[in-house]
Design a protein around this ligand. Sequence first.
Ligand SMILES: NC(=O)C1=CN([C@@H]2O[C@H](COP(=O)(O)OP(=O)(O)OC[C@H]3O[C@@H](n4cnc5c(N)ncnc54)[C@H](OP(=O)(O)O)[C@@H]3O)[C@@H](O)[C@H]2O)C=CC1
Ligand SMILES: CC(=O)[C@@H](O)[C@H](O)COP(=O)(O)O
Ligand SMILES: [Mn+2]
Length: 380
Amino acid sequence: MKKIAILGSTGSIGTQTLEVVETQGDIVVTALAAGSNIKLLEEQTRKFLPKLVCVWEEEKARELAVSIKDLPVRVVFGMEGLIEAATEPSAEIVVTAVVGMIGIRPTIAAMEAGKDIALANKETLVTAGHIIMPLAKKRGVNIFPVDSEHSAIFQCLNGENKKTIHKVLLTASGGPFRGKTREELKAVQVEDALKHPNWSMGRKITIDSSTMVNKGLEVMEAKWLFDVDMDQVEVVVQPKSIIHSMVEFKDGAVMAQLGTPDMKLPIQYALYYPERRFLPGERLDFWSLKEIAFEKPDMVNFPGLSLAYQAGKRGGTLPTVFNAANERAVEKFLSREISYLSITDIIEGAMSGHTVKENPSVEEILEAENAAYEYIESRW
Ligand SMILES: NC(=O)C1=CN([C@@H]2O[C@H](COP(=O)(O)OP(=O)(O)OC[C@H]3O[C@@H](n4cnc5c(N)ncnc54)[C@H](OP(=O)(O)O)[C@@H]3O)[C@@H](O)[C@H]2O)C=CC1
Ligand SMILES: CC(=O)[C@@H](O)[C@H](O)COP(=O)(O)O
Ligand SMILES: [Mn+2]
């Protein structure tokens, strides 16, 4: 029986991971971690009986400990607790499904403890890829991509030599506002931006998809995962999210992975790699699909993508500033403190005022994160 820990078990990826676990019936969950949703975490704990559960907020952790005192489950909290969950001794794979840069320390701790990573938390790789990738090599651990595009690329590369990649063709839906101008985007409200055309996901990534910042983060994620240059990653808009990404090889051959938009496939593939198992659910029907359309990304009305290319090419602490500014700006947009277009204005402002530090340590990454937050607090 495979043993796994899930960080972010109450979220979109976390709950779908538990669905896969339940359907397959041969994975043991040894640790769960969440932010504040202790009601769902209690249900999950009663069903999967992990050894350890972590709640970010101490007070909520104490509340949960009281309500599950009949179970042989230890409750921990905060960053120390999150690291304990990530390093729970019996887990072989850690699913990193927390949202945001909070994932950096537990991911590193899990890898140091020799665990494979099923990586959904793209922000960790964007900000600390130069630490994570060499560490994976040093510790001999695998990073299995969960992000749908990166799982698709990983699947296309099965049995291939990464050195023969000519281009990674990263597909994008274009989000709910594809085809709109900045003028038309001025009036966008939270509810509009939360309507992704194809995927049901957590709130932060759904906003990121609408601004194309998600695609920018994914270009940087691809650079680290597949050891390619930023310029080798080309974004191809494919509005129905049927092609999950493609690889063009040096000889001109293009491999693609297609499927219905269902995150359980990449999650299951990451958990069982290299095995493919039956996955219940809808299948692609080419006869009703009829055609697949393609467009170039609009980097003028959606500057989030071009800012991401700038950040990824420059490297150092700039991707951290891009990411941190976006995380804070999205929080502010979701709490209706700023307008929709301010999200990318904030990212641009934070990046332009930043003095890049090369090859930053984890502490320096976190300092750059704080500097971006301070910039935003002082100006917005
Ligand atoms: N959803 C998707 O389809 C995809 C998501 N991803 C990536 O996966 C990651 C998760 O996304 P998604 O599942 O959508 O996000 P959600 O917002 O749905 O879930 C986030 C999870 O993280 C937990 N969490 C938040 N803060 C903390 C904290 N401080 N300590 C511990 N746990 C915390 C939340 O707990 P609580 O709810 O209790 O607060 C929740 O379990 C993101 O990096 C996203 O970009 C990538 C590809 C697809
Ligand atoms: C499901 C998934 O992987 C998301 O990251 C998805 O890719 C979002 O879609 P777009 O960013 O292409 O709109
Ligand atoms: Mn994706």
